[in-house]
Ligand binder design. Structure first.
Ligand code: API
Length: 326
């Protein structure tokens, strides 16, 4: 069979992760990486063909799916609809509150272009969303909890880096351990957002920037920080580099439910990730395979993880998968 021809849009941590993931999948090949930077200035040792993002249209017919590796705050709301008009796409849009409007704009573009666009995949939203739905469908009587971290949220780090006066920064999501123990032991406490996690930011301010103003903007930011207890530490660029350059993350989804006459049933799915972007990239790559298969079957429009059969993520045939049922 011929390989799935993939394009990557954006070459940050996520884009490099996708490149590495494609190399691990024999049914895939990387055609080109599209960047907003000057392609001639991109690292030759990366071993890929770089193109300016304005040239994507020339690749219509020679790329089966584009994996979009931009950020959710400003890149993807523009990029996904624009590219979905021309190609099948996969992205990791993760601003939870804005997913409905994002879906609507991408769906319209993809239907116009007769393409399939898988939105908001990754692990949360993505694998965690699937596991919440799975457990809730099986145990309608119960309570569900999601805990993240301790780890670096790419979404929240990206959000703080966009605050005026911020030169660089990272955000750690820190779960409240005491409530986790309660839940694992079968209790089902009612918890407010701020009782489950705290958020700790390490920020490098630009020279002369108003630190109090930066801190206020971060702490009060809607969707990202307003509902949490957030701490902002100002540090030097050197310290950021030496102490905070890793990108670990993870967490778990747990549902504590009852069946019959109050029989306790607990379902848990957890991730421990040394590199959040490399893992997220690997999820995107698997969904790229599904997007191509859906498009071949004549599907069009925006899709989420809920719309896609699990078997479509696999390179194996349906018959091979049936052998894996037990
Ligand atoms: C957090 C999670 C992270 C989800 C994973 C991914 C990211 O608060 O740490 O941005 O890294 N919402 N969407």
């Amino acid at each position: 069979a011929s390989k799935i021809r993939i394009g990557i849009v954006g070459y940050g941590n996520l884009g490099r992760g996708v490149q590495a993931s494609i190399a691990q999948n024999e049914d895939m090949e990387l055609v080109a990486v599209f960047t907003r930077r000057d392609p001639s200035q991109m690292p030759a040792e990366a071993g890929v063909k770089f193109e300016h993002v304005s040239t994507v249209e020339q690749y219509k017919g020679s790329i089966d799916v584009m994996i979009l590796c931009g950020g959710s705050a400003t890149d993807l709301p523009e990029q996904t609809p624009a590219i979905a008009a021309l190609f099948n796409t996969v992205d990791s849009f993760d601003t939870h509150a804005k997913i409905p409007e994002f879906f609507a704009s991408v769906d319209a573009a993809a239907k116009n272009g007769q393409t399939v666009s898988v939105i908001s995949t990754g692990w949360d939203p993505g694998l965690f969303s699937m596991n919440r739905l799975l457990a809730e469908s099986i145990l309608p009587q119960g309570k569900e909890y999601t805990f993240w971290g301790k780890g670096v949220s790419q979404g929240h780090s990206d959000a703080i880096r966009r605050v005026p006066g911020v030169k660089a920064g990272v955000q750690y999501t820190v779960p409240v351990e005491s409530v986790i123990e309660q839940i694992r032991s079968g209790e089902t406490p009612e918890l407010a957002t701020r009782e489950k996690h705290e958020r700790i930011c390490y920020v490098v301010a630009e020279e002369g920037a108003d630190r109090a103003e930066i801190e206020k903007t971060i702490v009060e930011m809607p969707n990202y920080f307003a509902d949490y207890d957030t701490t902002v530490h100002f540090i030097t660029e050197e310290e950021l580099k030496s102490e905070h350059s890793g990108m670990p993350h993870g967490g778990f989804v747990i549902r504590s439910g009852v069946t019959g006459q109050g029989t306790k049933q607990i379902v848990e799915f957890s991730l421990k990730l040394e590199s959040n972007p490399e893992f997220t990239a690997s999820v995107l790559t698997a969904y790229a395979r599904a997007a191509v298969r859906l498009a071949k079957e004549g599907a069009v429009g925006a899709k989420t993880v809920f719309d896609i059969p699990l078997g479509y993520l696999s390179a194996k045939s349906d018959a091979e998968l049936r052998q894996q049922l037990l």
